[in-house]
Design a protein around this ligand. Structure first.
Ligand SMILES: [Zn+2]
Length: 460
């Protein structure tokens, strides 16, 4: 009997040449986007330019909103929310796709520059869940902003242009690593040793700290900054290499920062393609997910609620708080975040029947969390059925999985904070291998299914 058993498939299996080239074309644009936007600020800026090109305007430019209007609002340069106003009244709720645009990385400490043992270094403080050894002996680039005390903002980017130098953290040679090799992995690599090489020519202008002085002098020439300006900066080290096609068949993409810019980019493209939907379509891109969605740019902030209140008030002739409350209660959200794709090299941490596979389709995760579903937002069966049915109708191939085996670890997304706003929410994103590494692996079919799925969700 057809359909009696749940079957999985590789999305490329039996695909037409036309569909395949559509997927590859879309992924080429994605690949370019994540190569040029490697930080939350860069991704937010890129989103603004893509949105404006598609007719979106700053929310503050509007004094009323009607169906079909396209607006956006930026949160402190590190997050963004875009709306396409729907045909139905705003109090009937929105369809929200929420992703995060921060990724694990190495931040500079407030006082980063020092010299020791004949070398100048930057001290770093890692951000998010990294496996420290993966950041050794790879090319790194420096991105971010320095804000001078007079308010001037200087944008820094070193290591991306082909003529730029790069930075790196030198790893220990195997010949002298015997003692380290006997340590537990968690003890063998220390956060305080993630010091980045930045220079080696002594500057004759100085009486002491000649290497440090030399580096500071170059930065001063290029950016006009002094050492104390590091204190008022946000500078991040990220892998310096571009996104590349992976495999002889080019069926995958290997790149830094696909968690979660793969979902952010596909959500952004989907909201751009939303044409006067029934319900208001919302693409919400937040910061700080990797450290618990904290702070005023994270999902736990009131930013989204405040911005939605503004949108509600501009949609109605008479507005009171109940409009916003009704809007939230009637809204639905796809929490667009990546999941861990099955990896046969580490089969012991996955449960095969409840794992997801690269190019197996858009991943639906009913609940995340750890141990006994601790800290999970467990999506309602009713809501899940609605989404699965909608995807089936739209021809979106999807798969359903847990993060890994019970009791071997766990993780979370923004879903629980969205749920706190009384919104129906389900995690729906792209499966990744090597998540949180400097070189994450995603399937092109899945990337396209994310776009197609978010598109269907908005236009439903
Ligand atoms: Zn994520």
């Amino acid at each position: 009997m057809d359909g009696l058993l749940y079957e999985r498939k590789n999305g490329f299996d039996g695909i037409s040449a036309k569909d395949k080239s559509e997927i590859f074309d879309f992924c080429a644009e994605y690949s370019h986007a994540i190569t040029v936007a490697k930080t939350e600020r860069e991704f937010s800026d890129m989103s603004v330019s893509l949105l404006e090109k598609a007719g979106f305007v700053e929310l503050s430019c509007k004094n009323q909103l009607k169906p079909g209007d396209r607006v956006y609002s930026v949160n402190r340069g590190k997050g963004i929310v875009a709306f396409v106003i729907g045909g139905e009244p705003i109090e009937n709720g929105c369809n929200i796709v929420g992703a995060h645009i921060d990724s694990p990385r190495l931040d500079l400490k407030p006082n980063p520059l020092y010299e020791d043992g004949g070398m100048a270094y930057f001290k770093t403080h890692y951000y998010g869940g990294i496996r420290k050894y993966q950041w050794l002996s790879i090319p790194l680039s420096l991105h971010g902003v320095v804000v001078k005390r007079d308010g001037t903002q200087i944008t820094v980017s070193i290591g991306e242009d082909k003529n730029d130098p790069v930075f790196c953290i030198a790893d220990l040679l195997p010949h002298l690593a015997q003692l380290q090799a006997e340590k537990k992995l968690s003890a063998a690599f220390e956060g305080e040793k993630l010091n980045v090489i930045v220079g080696n020519i002594p500057c004759e202008d100085a009486d002491k700290d000649k290497l440090k002085y030399g580096v500071m002098k170059l930065l001063n020439e290029k950016y006009g900054i002094c050492e104390a300006d590091f204190i008022t900066s946000e500078l991040e080290l990220v892998p310096a290499f571009p996104a590349k096609d992976l495999g002889l068949d080019r069926s995958m993409i290997a790149a830094y920062g696909q968690d979660d810019r793969v979902c952010a980019y596909t959500a952004l493209r989907a909201v751009i393609d939303a044409k006067t939907p029934v319900k208001t379509a919302v693409c919400l891109l937040v910061d700080k997910e990797e450290i618990g969605s904290e702070g005023n740019t994270g999902m736990q902030s009131r930013f989204f609620e405040n911005t939605l209140a503004k949108v509600c008030s501009l949609c109605k002739e008479t507005y009171n708080d109940l409009v916003l409350r009704e809007c939230l209660s009637h809204s639905s959200c796809l929490s667009a975040d990546v999941g861990a794709a099955y990896d046969s090299n580490y089969a012991e941490v996955y449960e095969k029947n409840n794992a997801c596979y690269v190019n197996g389709g858009l991943l639906l995760t009913k609940y995340t969390g750890a141990r006994g579903k601790s800290a999970a937002s467990d999506a309602n069966a009713e809501f899940m059925a609605k989404i699965c049915g909608m995807f089936d109708k739209a021809g979106v191939l999807w798969q359903c999985a847990e993060l890994g085996k019970i009791d071997v670890g766990g993780g979370g997304t923004i879903a629980c904070y969205v749920a706190n706003l009384d919104i129906e929410v389900l995690d729906a994103g792209v499966p990744l291998q090597a998540m949180h590494s400097p070189y994450e692996v995603a399937g092109k079919f899945d990337i396209y299914m994310a776009y197609k799925g978010y598109n269907a969700f908005f236009n439903n």
